[in-house]
Design a binder for this molecule. Structure first.
Ligand code: NDP
Length: 313
């Protein structure tokens, strides 16, 4: 694609990116939005979203993202498939390169690249990638109909994934490293009441085994105590749901990040350390991490960009 120029470049297509695009378009900033590796972001891998205001009956994640995309397009946002491979924030206008070699010159940039699923870091996760190991139940759960799976994690994501899988699989183990679930009370109740979910508290995964595909996991219970025991569970699928890592690698060294890689924004604004570059959504929010709070932050980033352009015209 030919090189382009814009008043506002938005990187990422989750609730923050699309909401920023809606606001920036309506403010006549003619934004370009680069969708990234996972168009629509993390919500496209979610089932029912029950807590996004305006949908009293709930809505599926993919449909919600489709609606947000349509709304941004309606006001003229230029939404493009592609991945940002490099960003140069050393001078204004900024220069951002995408994977097809296009260079976009932008007066302001909104980074809303979200976060990606974390893995445990055991070598078997790579060995069995696509052969029983997954970080997305809604993407891959279908393959495990009538089978036995394990989900790792004790937060809302893990509970949501376990519940989703319990509707497909014969049996679901939830492997939780503490003696309690961190998830919200309502999710905990749903998981604990589900007959075909067994919660393995105080358990960690030592490894996976199987000829070609995953056939089981080696588990340690009460590690480091006198009650420690190691046992195997027979499973066909192993799903990670232990949190996320912000997608900021390509901005490191230019944008100030906290110790876990989240973009640091100034005070109550979305401003980063570089005037004209803003952060919005999960990439800049280690605390709330909700679709609606990401959307709100996308709105604030677009308003901050608009104000920046007015003051620096
Ligand atoms: P969380 O950070 O809330 O939970 C991560 C879970 O994984 C914790 O139980 C943690 O254990 C466990 N964990 C982390 N590292 C390891 C490890 N190395 N080995 C074993 N277990 C590990 O992440 P979530 O993705 O669940 O949720 C993120 C945010 O999104 C939360 O605010 C959540 O409320 C929200 N959310 C909301 C949903 C909804 O409202 N529908 C759905 C999904 C998420 P420990 O507790 O010991 O730290």
């Amino acid at each position: 694609m030919a090189d382009s120029t814009t008043k506002c470049l938005i990187i990422g297509s989750g609730p923050a990116g699309y909401t920023a695009a809606i606001y920036a378009s309506r403010a006549n900033l003619s934004p370009i939005l680069i969708e990234g590796l996972q168009p629509g972001g993390q919500l496209t891998t979610t089932t029912e979203v029950e807590n996004f205001p305006g949908y009293p009956e709930g809505i599926t994640g993919p449909l919600l993202m489709e609606d947000l995309r349509k709304q941004a397009t309606r006001f003229g946002a230029d939404i493009r498939a592609g991945i940002v491979t490099a960003a140069d924030f050393s001078e204004r206008p900024f220069k951002v390169t995408t994977d097809d070699g296009t260079v976009i010159t932008a007066e302001t940039v909104i980074i809303s690249t979200g976060a990606s699923a974390k893995y445990l870091g055991i070598s078997d996760e790579q060995k069995y990638a696509g052969m029983g190991v997954s970080a997305c139940a809604t993407c891959d759960g279908f393959f495990y109909r009538g089978r036995t799976v394990a989900v790792v994690g004790g937060g809302d994501t893990a509970c949501e994934e376990a519940l989703y899988l319990s509707g497909l699989a014969k049996k679901v183990y939830l492997i939780v490293r503490k003696d309690y679930l961190r998830a919200s009370k309502v999710m905990q109740q749903r998981v604990l009441q589900k007959e075909n979910i067994t919660v393995l508290f105080n358990c960690n995964t030592l490894g996976l085994f199987g000829d070609e595909f995953v056939e089981g996991a080696k588990i340690v219970e009460n590690k480091g105590t006198d009650k420690e025991q190691i046992f195997d569970i027979a499973i066909d699928g192993f799903f990670l749901a232990i949190g996320h890592k912000p997608n900021t690698d390509i901005f490191a060294g230019q944008i100030d990040l906290d110790e876990t890689g989240y973009i640091i924004t100034k005070g109550s604004s979305t401003a980063t350390n570089i005037p004209g570059v803003f952060g919005a959504g999960d990439v800049a929010d280690p605390v709330y991490r909700q679709a609606v709070s990401a959307a709100g932050m996308g709105c604030r980033a677009a308003l901050d960009a608009e104000k920046f352009i007015m003051e620096n015209a």
